[in-house]
Design a protein around this ligand. Sequence first.
Ligand SMILES: Nc1ncnc2c1ncn2[C@@H]1O[C@H](COP(=O)(O)OP(=O)(O)OP(=O)(O)O)[C@@H](O)[C@H]1O
Length: 416
Amino acid sequence: MENSVRTAPCPPTALATDLARLSEILGGLPIGIAALDPDCRIVFMNKALEDLTGFTSHEAAGIPCHHVLRCGLHLRGVRQVETPGRGDEPVKGRETDIIDRHRHKLPVRVTRIDVRDEQGVAFMFLEAYEDLAPLRDMERRLKDASGAGELISRGEAMERIKKVLPAIAQSDSPVLVTGETGTGKDLSAQVIHKASPRARGPFVRVNLGPMPEHLLEIELYGRVAEEGEAVPGCFQRANGGTLYLSELADLPAAHQAGLVRVLDDQTIIPAGSDKGVRVNVRLIAATHKDPEELVRAGVLREDLFHRLGAVRVHLPPLRDRGEDVEFLLTHFLSRFAARFKKDIKGFSPRAIRILRSHCFPGNVRELKNIVEYAAMICQKDMILPAHLPGHILAALKADQSPASGRPGDNRGRKRS
Ligand SMILES: Nc1ncnc2c1ncn2[C@@H]1O[C@H](COP(=O)(O)OP(=O)(O)OP(=O)(O)O)[C@@H](O)[C@H]1O
């Protein structure tokens, strides 16, 4: 404080002593505090602001504030510095960004108060800087949990499933998610993770689709440093969180046996090592095939199926979800219209008839893609048949042909 008082031209001596006391008190506050003189030079900064800016109070004393407090408040417009007490609006809880010691933008909330003498003349300004980064981070996490990652539905089939997901999330058992492609297996796994006590841990997604054996081994269990650079496997990357393995049926039998061992003792052995590494991972596996049939065909090991299948979530195809189709069409249309900044009010009766009669072999993914395409090319306030992708109209025509014997309804068609 001594040095800060030294460079402040205005405060009377009594105040200098007061400031020394004040800085001692302000030093312990978790928000950044700066005192400025009437020329907007730094008089002192407390510890929190020193940590944020990377300047000590001693270094900053006497320097024009915009060199140290590099935020919108001090670097805006023609006047460069918004001068306190000279006709500018009062600064009370103003949200802006400040450049921190690492040259990163940090969101802050700034409040400024005038310190006045007996005549009411402001001779000093105190500014408080609240770090909003933790708040923004929490807002982002809440948005992720309830916004983009939400399973949208209205029909009974999905509502029933959504009701049991929170209970599944609370248990730590492995889960097997089944359902055709695009029914939301990956999304359901994310929902389970986000609602579970592991939500703060990582969610790691691995596609077990075709991969050479030796790479699969490394992808699953990692590699120790002796064989080159150490590579953490997906179990290590997911430590403390959830590992989502899609396309379980593509996992070769030898690796399935390894997976059973990991599920039993939560220990992995990285390639190039003979030492086990303990991991704390919840496993969610998925397949778009019928797991019982896979066991019968010898593709899925029975012991793995029993460990994974104790908790099962089966997502029905979209064609069996009744009112979900229209609900999802409306939901995605409002989302994409907003994203493309278009004022599209809905679907024309004919467009909705066509969509209603489509079987959506790609399920929700296909529906979402169709709406995205239609919203992108639509220049009217309504989605018309002409805005729908060609394959929908072609499928409709094929179904309407006399040879099909099904005039205009292709809902019963299953994905091949
Ligand atoms: N009920 C739903 N509400 C909102 N979006 C959904 C829903 N179901 C699926 N989606 C969206 O559809 C797309 C496909 O979903 P997801 O990847 O979860 O399906 P999947 O069953 O895992 O597919 P695949 O087996 O092909 O990997 C994603 O963009 C997902 O966000």
